[in-house]
Structure formats: structure tokens, C-alpha cells
Design a protein around this ligand. Structure first.
Ligand SMILES: [Zn+2]
Length: 411
């Protein structure tokens, strides 16, 4: 068998150098297709955080155990010294590339970065969803799910040159059409998305949210609400939410966020969370403030899910990818296990995905991410250009999706 030693400074990108970590076996009838060997496996759904091997067969997780023999697998991916997690789940991205001006291609920004499943948060509305399904969901390698925008035009109207959003004309919010589209696409659509900022929804934000509520209740799915810079105060928006709904951009700075003038958590926010509303980070271009996050964490308010809101206007910074967003929370004091939980088990529990994901439990789809936990001095920037110096950074090394190493022609 062939093995290439991995020096401490060697960075293996998912686009090719991961092959250095691969060894092919010659044993006649191997039990497993792939063995991800010797990494620290962090799978919060199983309360697992220790060094072990992950064996894959037929596209499924076959076994997670210590010291599985290398000869039992056709290929071995050497993950010693690395972090092995379930394929990450990012519940707020924008991957309607070419139709929503903020869209980016899914695969180079998701599966290539350790994110095997994503939820596109409202890029498509009822009129543009058929194209989203045809040209994105059906053709990319990343597993793409969606929240349907309550506006029929989705996020096709807003660009840097045309700052007018999808709900300025309330006639575009059409619950009946949304319900019809969801009924036809329940395998992909997991909820309703609505953005309530003033340049997107004007002064009728609550009216628009009531229309989203009507559609969500009809199909029994949750709403994800984009908060901040709204005409109506947050407490009035929260009053329309139900258990299972999601507030994204929860740690935004400035007007319309979760803090009062003295940096205290608004009582209505606590009440909503205690009542079952999920807080989601949704970093985005204008929606994540270190100051807000630090104040919230000091008051022991943690986000339920950590998502990136990665799109055209933040993919080259300050977001870059989900791994960088997770690294910011390592800097903020969450443990590695807490951070991974918020990008695996928790998102898997936030929406009703049609297949089990976010865990390496035996029998689950073999979606696995391998990271370097690099130590050094890393500058992190939030949406308000505030900087923090972090000690650790998660760097994607390799992704396995459905048992196949992403980009690999060998299996
Ligand atoms: Zn977004």
C-alpha cells in the first residue's frame, strides 16, 4: 500500500492535494469503500468527541470505532491530527447563481468547504423556484434545500445598483402561490423566508409577515425571519412568531437587533427563545457584530445555529465561508464541540430535512468533513469592519459526500 506522510505545515486543499492523504488498498474483498482514519471525530448528535475511525460502505456510514484495520477498506483517508465532523449543514446561504444578484455557485462555496447540505434562504419565490430546482438543486453536488420567499419574485430585484427589495410592493407577497409551490416541492422546500428590512419591505413589514404566517401555517412549516433595520420594532415581529420559527441575523449590530441601548437582551427575545423560536447567526454582509455577540454570550444567550449567509457581497470577506464563521465563535469562547453542534446536529433539528443528516451515526448518509484546526494569529472581521484576533481557525481539508470524496474520480 502507498502512503504519503503528512508534514505539519502541509495544507491539503479539497481541490487536489487531499489525494496526498489517500492510500489505495490491494486486499481482495475489502469490507469498506473508504476509511477516514485516526482523526478527532466530533459528532455532537452522538456526544462523540474523540479519536476514532469512520468506515464507509455503499455511501453510508458503516462504523465509527477505534483502530479499524486499514486492510478492511479499499481506500484510506489519513485524518490523523485533524478534526472529522459530519458534513456541515449551513441553513442560510444564497446559491441561486445568475438569477438572484446576490447568488453564488453552490459547489465551490459549500461542498468544497466541508458543507454538504445547505438551505438557500429565500433566493427563490414561487415564480422563480422552478428554475431554482431545475438549474441548481438538480445539478449541483451540494445537497441544496430551500426556504421559499413569500414574495413571488424571490430575491431577484435587489442588487448593489438597485437597492429595492422584493416586498416593497406587498402585492408580490402571495400566500396562495407559495402554498401551491411548496405542496409540489416538499422534498426541497423546508419553510418560508421573509426579509423585513425597510428597503426590502417598507413600512408594511408586519402585514407582510402576517401573509408569510398564513402560508406557513397552511403547509405546517416554519418561517425564517430576517431582522434588522425594520420599520416595526423587533418585539412586534417576534409576537407573530411561533415555536419552530427561526430569527436569522440574531447577532446583528445597530438598529432592530436583540439588545437594548444598554446592551441588555430584550425581554421579548428571551421570551421568544424560551417559547421555542430558534436564533440563527446568518453572518452576512451587514448582519454580524462581534459587539452584539459578545454581549449576548456574556448574558448566556447562545445561538441555536451558526450559519454563514454567504453570498456574492461577502464571499470575499468578511464571511468567506461557514468554517470561518465557526472559527469566529471559537474566538468568542464556544468550544469546538459547541461550534460543530451548531453546524450539524442543531440545523438538522431546526428543519425537517427529508433525510437524516448532521451526524455520523451508523446508517446515515456518508457525508463527512475533515478540517485542520490551525493554531496561530488569525484576524477576523465582522459586518461592521470590527476586528478580533483569534487563536484557532478551522480550515477545510477534504469533504466526503454520499461516500464519495468530493472531486475524486477514484471512487
Ligand atoms: Zn440571507
Amino acid at each position: 500500500m502507498r502512503r504519503t506522510a503528512l508534514g505539519p505545515s502541509l495544507f491539503c486543499s479539497v481541490f487536489g492535494e487531499w489525494q496526498e492523504l489517500l492510500a489505495a488498498q490491494s486486499s481482495p474483498a475489502p469490507l469498506y469503500d473508504l476509511l477516514v482514519r485516526g482523526g478527532r471525530v466530533v459528532d455532537p448528535a452522538q456526544k462523540l468527541s474523540e479519536e476514532c475511525d469512520v468506515a464507509i460502505a455503499g455511501g453510508k456510514i458503516a462504523r465509527v470505532a477505534k483502530d479499524l484495520p486499514e486492510a478492511s477498506a479499499r481506500q484510506v483517508l489519513d485524518a490523523r491530527g485533524k478534526i472529522v465532523t459530519p458534513g456541515l449543514v449551513d441553513i442560510h446561504v444564497h446559491v441561486y447563481d445568475g438569477v438572484a444578484p446576490l447568488g453564488i455557485p453552490a459547489d465551490p462555496n459549500c461542498v468544497a468547504k466541508g458543507v454538504t447540505s445547505v438551505v438557500d434562504a429565500g433566493s427563490a419565490g414561487a415564480h422563480t423556484f422552478p428554475g431554482f430546482r431545475k438549474y441548481v438543486v438538480n445539478v449541483v453536488d451540494t445537497r441544496v434545500y430551500a426556504l421559499l420567499n413569500i414574495s413571488v419574485v424571490g430575491q431577484s430585484t435587489l442588487s448593489l445598483d438597485n437597492p429595492w427589495g422584493e416586498l416593497l410592493d406587498l402585492r408580490y407577497a402571495n400566500p396562495q402561490l407559495a402554498v401551491r409551490t411548496i405542496e409540489k416541492n416538499r422534498d426541497v422546500i423546508l419553510g418560508i423566508k421573509i426579509r423585513l428590512t425597510r428597503n426590502l419591505a417598507g413600512e408594511h413589514d408586519l402585514e407582510a409577515l402576517r401573509l408569510a404566517r398564513e402560508a406557513a401555517d397552511a403547509v405546517q412549516l416554519p418561517i425564517m425571519v430576517h431582522i434588522g433595520g425594520t420599520y416595526s420594532p423587533l418585539k412586534d415581529i417576534l409576537a407573530l412568531l411561533k415555536p419552530g420559527d427561526v430569527v436569522t441575523h440574531c447577532f446583528r449590530g445597530e438598529e432592530g437587533g436583540i439588545l437594548d441601548r444598554h446592551d441588555r437582551i430584550l425581554p421579548e427575545v428571551r421570551k421568544a427563545v424560551e417559547g421555542g423560536v430558534h436564533l440563527d447567526v446568518g453572518h452576512g454582509v451587514g448582519s454580524f457584530s462581534f459587539h452584539t455577540a459578545e454581549a449576548a454570550l456574556r448574558q448566556e444567550l447562545l445561538p441555536g445555529t451558526i450559519s454563514s449567509d454567504v453570498h456574492q457581497w461577502n464571499v470575499d470577506g468578511p464571511v468567506f465561508d461557514l468554517a470561518t464563521t465557526l472559527s469566529k465563535f471559537l474566538h468568542l469562547g464556544l468550544t469546538l464541540d459547541q461550534v460543530i453542534e451548531r453546524a450539524t446536529a442543531n440545523p438538522a433539528g431546526t428543519f425537517k430535512f427529508p433525510r437524516g443528516l448532521g451526524t455520523l451515526r451508523e446508517g446515515a448518509d456518508a457525508d463527512v468533513a475533515v478540517f485542520d484546526l490551525a493554531e496561530g494569529k488569525f484576524e477576523f472581521v465582522d459586518s461592521l469592519k470590527q476586528k478580533r484576533l483569534g487563536r484557532f481557525k478551522l480550515i477545510p481539508v477534504a469533504t466526503v459526500i454520499g461516500g464519495r470524496i468530493y472531486g475524486s474520480a477514484t471512487s
